[in-house]
Design a protein around this ligand. Structure first.
Ligand code: GDP
Length: 308
């Protein structure tokens, strides 16, 4: 299949590609108090309506307004819908569509490591690529998704993870483990040039349904993560942001922020570069927060992709 035939989701369109990143966050918007059910129906769609409070008591909470929702294709959202909040994945901004089905992982097996896109499996099954900075929690998340202790057996040493690792799920689709980037402890010359290695895969892999970009929510936004997200947007590669380590709730003494604050800030920093809001999910491999939500998002993207 050639690239032009790829039925990708074009709801992530890069807006105003920046010559360089401006890391000064936009001024904070006023905090909107949760709307009461009666107020809900009377507001116009132009007004952001906070509708989220999806977390369990011990999970970080984040309000999501109507204009910040990710609405999949062929899905309608109405601010008059009293059940709207039940149609949104917990701890995310993602609206469920009719395609969100068959999300369970029954079987998972490692298939192969490839060093070039051409060497990747050629059976045409849809796939999702997991990628993120070294130490973001990618292996932990991969293992939590498939409920295995050590499925992701890739070496952690810089220079040894330069492979595209395919894991087949339910004999039906692939999870793909891509090389981590930004090894802080490696000498400059050994650091992964993510652009060179993965650019070809992102652009030419016709069965890539979406990239799942992992961002550590326990620390403030990193320049390299913002650059990665903006590059994906610029190249119209579909992306879901996965915020990891959301169980790390303690503020650091040196003015560190809570996961939900880092999550909001990351979104503010990238929102200027996208025409529509990217989907995002808060997760923890310790508590399994977000696991089912990731699998449902993958299911709805995959089932839609198959139909189109
Ligand atoms: P990778 O380099 O991206 O594959 O990251 P790993 O999965 O090896 O995780 C890096 C470190 O972060 C390890 O010490 C993990 O135990 C820890 N870690 C990973 N995920 C989580 C999480 O959800 N919560 C917490 N608190 N720690 C995590």
């Amino acid at each position: 299949m050639i690239l032009t035939q790829l039925p990708r989701f074009h709801f992530l369109v890069f807006k105003n590609p920046p010559p360089s990143f401006n890391f000064f966050p936009k001024p904070k918007l006023p905090i909107i108090k949760p709307a009461s059910p009666t107020l809900f129906s009377s507001l116009s769609t132009a007004e952001p309506i906070p509708i989220a409070d999806f977390a369990l008591p011990d999970e970080p909470k984040l309000e999501v307004s109507l204009d910040k929702l990710f609405v999949p294709p062929e899905t309608e959202v109405s601010c008059n819908d009293p059940n709207l909040s039940t149609k949104i994945l917990k701890g995310s901004n993602i609206v469920l569509s009719k395609y969100a089905r068959e999300a369970q992982v029954v079987q998972a097996e490692f298939v192969k490591s490839s060093v070039r896109t051409e060497d990747c499996p050629s059976d045409g099954l849809p796939e999702f690529a997991l990628v993120g900075r070294s130490n973001v929690g990618k292996s932990s998340l991969l293992n939590s998704l498939v409920r295995r202790k050590r499925l992701a057996l890739t070496s952690k040493k810089p220079g040894k993870t330069q492979c595209i690792n395919h894991f087949r799920i339910n004999d039906d689709w692939y999870l793909v483990d891509l090389p981590g980037y930004g090894y802080a402890s490696a000498p400059q010359e050994l650091r992964t040039d993510w652009g060179k290695f993965t650019r070809d895969y992102f652009i030419n892999r016709s069965t890539l349904v979406s990239v799942f970009l992992l961002i550590d929510a326990s620390i403030p936004a990193k320049k390299i993560d913002l650059e990665y997200a903006s590059w994906l947007g610029q190249n119209q590669i579909p992306m879901t942001l996965i915020f990891t380590k959301c169980d790390k709730r303690k503020k650091k003494k040196n003015g560190g922020k809570r996961p939900e604050e880092n999550v909001s800030e990351f979104q503010e920093l990238i929102c200027g570069f996208f025409q529509s809001v990217p989907p995002w999910i808060m997760t923890s491999s310790v508590t399994n927060q977000g696991r089912d939500e990731i699998l449902l998002q993958m299911a709805q993207l995959r089932n839609y992709w198959r139909k189109h």
